[in-house]
Design a protein around this ligand. Structure first.
Ligand code: FE
Length: 198
């Protein structure tokens, strides 16, 4: 049942082939992501498993030339990120449950919450980037259930130098890793072809 993800990956690659500027990329890529997360029947269980102590980031796909990557974020009850940046564009699509994203802005050298947190519901898509706002803190909206969002980044996010912004000020370098060592098999279409032949 990975077909929706495979179609998304294919369409996203074609979109990047057109070399869109960032506003077009976020709009058209966001529409593709909206279509992907509008249904919740395709994410394999292995990429939806929470961890009791930490939110998980499962790589679902890395573009062969690292133009983009697709990650499932699995939030256990009450789990949250530190305040962090991305340094590349990112699209966040809510698949299951709900999350809050609180944007941060710099005021006199300190990073403070800017505006109201955005609450994402299934099907909703949000964008981040150095251009549209890159620093935020995200948390599961629920204290008693798992939430999952699908993230698309303009790079292999496991190879990007980023920062967290601790409450005491300044910023710390970090590189996010992936929770999985295996990837979903998007490319074995033998069952599909066999049933089409039968
Ligand atoms: Fe983020």
């Amino acid at each position: 049942m990975t077909r929706p993800l495979r179609e998304f990956v294919h369409a996203f690659g074609l979109l990047l082939d057109t070399r869109p500027d960032e506003p077009h990329l976020l709009a058209q890529g966001g529409a593709l992501l909206h279509t992907l997360v509008a249904r919740d029947d395709w994410l394999p269980e292995a990429f939806a498993e929470p961890h009791p102590a930490y939110y998980r980031q499962y790589l679902l796909h890395a573009d062969s030339t690292e133009r983009f990557s697709v990650v499932s974020f699995v939030w256990g009850p009450g789990q949250a990120t530190p305040v962090h940046d991305h340094t590349v564009w990112g699209l966040i699509g809510m698949l299951r449950g709900s999350e809050y994203s609180q944007g941060y802005v710099e005021r006199e050298g300190a990073w403070v919450p800017g505006g109201e947190p955005v609450r994402l519901q299934p099907g909703d898509v949000e964008a981040v980037s150095p251009r549209v706002g890159d620093v935020h803190r995200v948390r599961n909206a629920f204290d008693d259930r798992v939430s999952i969002s699908i993230h698309v980044y303009g790079a292999n996010i496991g190879a990007v130098r980023r920062h967290t912004y601790p409450p005491e000020g300044g910023r710390r370098p970090f590189v996010s890793g992936y929770s999985n060592t295996l990837l979903p098999n998007l490319w074995d279409r033998s069952a599909e072809l066999r049933s089409a032949t039968a």
